[in-house]
Write a protein that binds this ligand. Structure first.
Ligand SMILES: [Zn+2]
Length: 195
């Protein structure tokens, strides 16, 4: 059971990828934005899309890497949209977003743009396919329903955990876990007290 107040949302402190080493992994629907990710994320994603296309499922990258500056802009926007207390359920403050690691993808369905980055994604073929097959390509859902961190359920948000470095970042153990979750809790309390 969670012993913390239900309105407290804890985003994990995340390592920041070296942006100069990231590679293009997809484009926004309007073609204006190039999304970037680490080489290992790209390789795994390419293998995954190859497999999904055999099942006639079109995966589409909605978001990949976001640097802390962009994260700050989107975080502020989320607070305006959902209210200061609730924005944090949808977007992490800069420094605490999985998107800054280069291992994370928001995935959409190529045939259903309306479901991009919102709960409608559950209705898509892409989501059903990912639920069944993503683990085979070392992707896991970061925020399942009722996750202990208090982050909203995000069926579109998948993280790559196929290297020891990525696994350590998302599943810290021992002393490192104490440090990471300690820092994350302090940040969470800061936002909770001064939303
Ligand atoms: Zn995301």
């Amino acid at each position: 059971m969670r012993l913390l107040p239900s309105s407290l949302v804890i985003h994990r402190l995340c390592p920041l990828a070296d942006a100069t080493k990231l590679l293009p992994i997809g484009y926004s629907r309007d073609g204006k934005l190039t999304h970037l990710a680490r080489l290992e994320t790209l390789t795994a994603y390419q293998r995954m899309t190859e497999a999904s296309s055999h099942d006639r499922v079109k995966l589409h990258v909605i978001w990949a890497f976001r640097d802390p500056k962009l994260q700050r802009e989107q975080f502020e926007e989320a607070k305006r949209k959902y209210g200061p207390r609730n924005g944090i359920r949808w977007l992490a403050p800069p420094g605490f977003s999985e998107h800054q690691t280069g291992w994370v993808l928001d995935i959409g369905d190529g045939d259903d743009a309306e479901a991009d980055d919102n709960p409608l994604f559950e209705r898509t073929k892409a989501f059903r396919w990912l639920k069944e097959h993503a683990a085979r390509f070392q992707f896991e859902l970061s925020f399942p329903p009722g996750n202990w961190q208090g982050v909203s359920y995000e069926p579109w948000h998948w993280r790559f955990v196929g290297t020891p470095e990525a696994r350590k970042a998302f599943h810290p153990a021992g002393l490192r876990a104490l440090w990471v979750w300690g820092r994350s809790l302090v940040e969470a309390l800061r936002w909770w007290l001064h939303p």
